[in-house]
Ligand binder design. Sequence first.
Ligand SMILES: O=P(O)(O)OC[C@H]1O[C@H](O[C@H]2O[C@H](CO)[C@@H](O)[C@H](O)[C@H]2O)[C@H](O)[C@@H](O)[C@@H]1O
Length: 254
Amino acid sequence: MQESQQALPEISSEHAAFFFDLDGTLASLQPEPDLVSVPGHVRDDLCLLHRNTSGALAIISGRPLAQIDALLAPLRLPAAGIHGAERRETDGRLTGTPVGSSILAAIEHSLTEGIIPLPGVVLEKKRVAFALHYRQAPRHRDAVRALATQVAAHFPALEVQQGKCVIELKPESVNKGVAIKKFMESPPFAGRVPVFLGDDLTDEQRFILVNQLKGISVKIGEGPTHAHYRLQNNDAVYTWIKQLLSPGAGNPHS
Ligand SMILES: O=P(O)(O)OC[C@H]1O[C@H](O[C@H]2O[C@H](CO)[C@@H](O)[C@H](O)[C@H]2O)[C@H](O)[C@@H](O)[C@@H]1O
């Protein structure tokens, strides 16, 4: 893991496939998930970049597709939601990873009961995953992790994942790396250079994957990382996207 990175290289949208994380990358972190928004000018720029790449731009997020769409409306981009458990392909086709409803009900019951003695901890239920948020009650971090681990032990199809002030229970067969690889297998992504921007600890494995694919990995914010490049914050991401859209960007011959 490194602390500092070189300046981002020139990137031509003709040859790149862009993958954006949402919270912490396209949107600034907020005290609660529902308070998040993506500025209108950023949505406009994503729309242009999507067009300039002939559609090779996808959102890779822990949020469900429905929330991704609500945050980016009216855009409906190719996307992997719930860390890849839900996917919308370039042609709009939807696929999902199923988890039995009785399992989901049992987990929801255990987590709901389990957080009663942990005031300030919020349970977010996604279609096939759960997030236990402790941003408002950081003192409960260890108890939240213990609860999630204990519940996951009964359901091997699910695994525990640490995020920023959140512990998630998600299908173990999916992750953002698998989602990026799948997009890269078909047009318009295939044959392009993958560019992935993320901010979280869970994005580190994705940075390693993108490095292996000879792509461009970009960490948002501070801290050690496997990413080769860094942008300091969301505003720097917005400025960088804007630069990609300027005439001749990334094309030394124009
Ligand atoms: O993969 P991402 O797009 O980065 O999504 C990761 C999780 O983001 C959300 O939680 C995080 O953002 C919240 C709003 O800023 C913040 O309050 C929370 O502490 C963060 O963990 C979302 O609620 C989760 O479902 C996503 O998995």
